[in-house]
Design a protein around this ligand. Sequence first.
Ligand code: SAH
Length: 223
Amino acid sequence: RSGRSAALRARMEERLLGARFRYLNQQLYTGSSRDAARLFRADPAAFHLYHRGFERQVRRWPERPVQRIVRYLRRRPASLVVADFGCGDCTLAASVRNKVHCFDLVPLSPRVTVCDMAKVPLAAESVDVAVFCLALMGTNLQEILGEANRVLKLGGTLMVAEVASRFEDTHAFLKAMTQLGFRTVSKDLSSSYFYLLEFAKKGPARPGPAPGLRLRPCLYKRR
Ligand code: SAH
């Protein structure tokens, strides 16, 4: 009897956790990066809950996108300096020999520098590779990617891994990236889960609206 009620309680807690995760997730995708920073600063417990939910989601996928970025970096010189925007648990930094600057809203690991990714404490043109792995969450995408442009050296690499279903119009998105100063080097759209895009910085971001720079929020279904 007590075994059954414990199982029931566990299932209820699981449900509740799922509901709170979906709610937080929706807030992250429908507000600006500043709103996200404010949210997690006010409620660090929410952040840990979010991450538990996130882990449960990506475990269902055949491959973690961050592993693709790890493989990419291992093929290139370890001397390249990397900035990981929205680093989560710092899997990337822990898996490569490169110097990796890790940025997130709350420290899941002591490696993390806590900040809003729209404003990272790095000098202009100081990194070789900027990474956004499932981290393009705020609605102020232009500002966030503009920040990546600022810290990247000319010719530096921008890697974006994002949930495939978030792209409304991939062509328009890539065109908008041109306006932000990025040339498309390669795009792997073969996975039905996530796209992997590689860009090179060809100059500073041009000001003005970039209407194609839109991603759908990634809303998870109740299971
Ligand atoms: N890149 C990691 C984590 C992806 S989850 C991986 O692939 O495993 C997305 C991460 O982006 C979360 O850790 C979240 O806290 C972070 N994030 C969201 N908005 C942010 C912001 N405005 N500034 C910094 N980090 C942010």
